[in-house]
Design a protein around this ligand. Sequence first.
Ligand SMILES: Nc1nc2c(ncn2[C@@H]2O[C@H](COP(=O)(O)OP(=O)(O)OP(=O)(O)O)[C@@H](O)[C@H]2O)c(=O)[nH]1
Ligand SMILES: [Mg+2]
Length: 202
Amino acid sequence: MAFGRSSRRKQRHVEPVTLKILVAGGFGVGKTTAVGSVSEIRPLRTEERLSEAGRPVDDLEGVESKTTTTVAMDFGRITLREDLVLYLFGTPGQDRFWFLWDELAQGSLGAVVLADTRRLEDCFAAVDYFERRRIPFTVAVNTFEGAERFPTETVRAALDLDPEVQVLVCDARDRSSVRDVLVAVVEHALERAARSREPVAT
Ligand SMILES: Nc1nc2c(ncn2[C@@H]2O[C@H](COP(=O)(O)OP(=O)(O)OP(=O)(O)O)[C@@H](O)[C@H]2O)c(=O)[nH]1
Ligand SMILES: [Mg+2]
């Protein structure tokens, strides 16, 4: 029969929920790399060459092999589940592009703050930004060769994070590692949203 329940169920197409996640952090910490390694579409990049003229401003210590920098944003997409798709927006890392952050942050569910333990102070501004706007975030320490490994609790203390903020270790070049971080961000943001809907006990 054409209009039976079973035929209707088969036809049902679930429109996926799409969520916007920011990938932020200091200059050269691996944001573009992370979006690129996890994206299932060819990521949109807005890279410009680092020039001699930028040398006094662009601190390349620790990322001497870096030749380009993000000037507007990175964009990528990952399907976490059939019904859950993330749109990823990588922020520019340099201070002179800060004015773009508010545009990028609009409507975002949560954020990843990538951190490099050799230059941890570079992610202070991103942590402050999300704390101030109450955007849920997870810190992901991107492990570079030659960088000293610290326990995540040390990183948490150095960044003075709230207990609810997770600190994970990742490799921005590794798809499954970045995916795990994104899952953690989504779970954290959804938990926080659920908590804020709970009636306050009196
Ligand atoms: N060893 C190592 N190198 C990495 C890793 N992630 C990124 N890199 C390298 O570090 C450099 C910086 O990476 P990007 O992804 O451009 O960093 P970014 O945070 O987007 O930089 P900006 O947009 O300029 O702020 C590149 O040369 C990468 O190849 C990592 O996990 N390990
Ligand atoms: Mg970049």
